[in-house]
Design a protein around this ligand. Structure first.
Ligand SMILES: [Cu+2]
Length: 283
C-alpha cells in the first residue's frame, strides 16, 4: 500500500472528510440524514456512577449513541422512553418488578441504547429516537438506583428514520432468534425486534463439550457450573417490538448461544424459559 506521511495541515483537512465519509457510509438504509451524535461517558466515584455528555434535548430521528466506560466495572446505557410524567425511580421500580414476574407498565418503552461495555471500552448503537422523555439507566450496576442515570427529551415529531443496513442481522421475535452473516472478528449487526414483546440478545461462547440442552437446563435451575463463558458475553440493549438498531459485536470462532432474559409486557417468566435459547455457529 502506498502511504504518504501526512503533514499536519493535511491531517486537519482530512479528519473532517474522513468523518463525513464514515457518516455517509452509515446512511445506506435509505436515509441520507446524518445520525445525531449522543456521546456519553461513564465515570465511577465510590459506589456511585454518573454519565456525562447527555444533552437535555435531542432532535427526533436517527441517533448515534456511544458509551465510553471510564470506570472499573462493566456498565451500560439502556434507554427507556416514558409516556407522561414518571421519575427514574418509578422506572427502576417497574423494571425491578418485571424481574419478579410483574407486568411492564404501558407507559414504559424499552428504547435501545448501548449494551454492556467493559472498563476502558466504547460501544455504539445507531438507531432512531422517538419523540418523548428518555432516561438512560445502568441496569448492569449492582444497585441500579445508585447507578448512573441521565434524562433527555427527544423533540420534533418528524418521521422516524430507519437504522442503516448492516452486513449481519439478528432478528428477534416470540420466542426465537434468526441470524445471518455473523463471523469471527468484528461484526456490524442490525438487530431487529420483529415481535410484539420487548427483546434483546445476549450471546456467550458455549464451553467445550457443552450443548444447548445444558444451557436450557442451567437457565431453568441456575445450579452448577455455567455451560457458557459468561465473562465473554456480548449483546444488545432491550428494544420494544418493532424497533431496531445497528451495533458492533466482537465474536470469536466457535459455538455461541443467544439468549433473551426479558419478559412479556404482561409479565411472566423470562423468554429464555420460553425457548428463546439458540445455538449460533460463528465461522
Ligand atoms: Cu425476549
Amino acid at each position: 500500500m502506498f502511504v504518504v506521511k501526512p503533514t499536519r495541515p493535511m491531517l486537519v483537512l482530512w479528519t473532517p472528510i474522513a468523518v463525513l465519509l464514515l457518516v455517509a457510509g452509515c446512511g445506506q438504509g435509505g436515509s441520507t440524514s446524518r445520525p445525531e451524535p449522543l456521546n456519553l461517558e461513564l465515570t465511577e466515584s465510590g459506589d456511585r456512577a454518573s454519565y456525562s455528555g447527555a444533552p437535555r434535548e435531542v432532535p427526533a430521528g436517527l441517533a448515534r449513541i456511544s458509551l465510553k466506560n471510564a470506570g472499573k466495572a462493566p456498565h451500560e446505557a439502556q434507554l427507556v422512553r416514558v409516556d407522561g410524567e414518571h421519575s427514574a425511580q418509578e422506572v427502576l421500580q417497574a423494571i425491578g418488578g418485571t424481574e419478579q414476574g410483574g407486568r411492564i407498565p404501558a407507559w414504559l418503552h424499552a428504547a435501545g441504547g448501548v449494551s454492556t461495555t467493559g472498563p476502558g471500552q466504547t460501544n455504539t448503537a445507531v438507531q432512531p429516537l422517538e419523540e418523548g422523555t428518555h432516561y438512560v439507566l445502568d441496569m448492569e450496576s449492582e444497585d441500579p438506583s445508585k447507578g448512573a442515570q441521565a434524562k433527555f427529551d427527544v423533540k420534533g415529531g418528524g418521521g422516524v428514520a430507519e437504522p442503516p443496513d448492516a452486513p449481519a442481522t439478528i432478528t428477534a421475535s416470540e420466542y426465537k432468534f434468526e441470524t445471518a452473516g455473523l463471523k469471527a472478528g468484528s461484526n456490524r449487526v442490525r438487530f431487529e425486534n420483529a415481535g410484539q414483546e420487548p427483546h434483546h440478545i445476549i450471546m456467550a461462547p458455549l464451553k467445550r463439550g457443552k450443548t444447548i440442552d445444558d444451557v436450557r437446563a442451567f437457565a431453568r435451575t441456575e445450579k452448577g457450573e455455567p455451560p457458557v463463558e459468561e465473562e465473554k458475553f456480548v449483546g444488545t440493549a432491550v428494544l420494544d417490538g418493532g424497533a431496531s438498531q445497528v451495533v458492533d459485536l466482537e465474536l470469536q470462532k466457535g459455538k455461541y448461544v443467544g439468549l433473551c432474559f426479558i419478559t412479556d409486557r404482561k409479565g411472566g417468566p423470562p423468554h429464555v424459559a420460553k425457548g428463546m435459547v439458540m445455538e449460533v455457529k460463528v465461522q
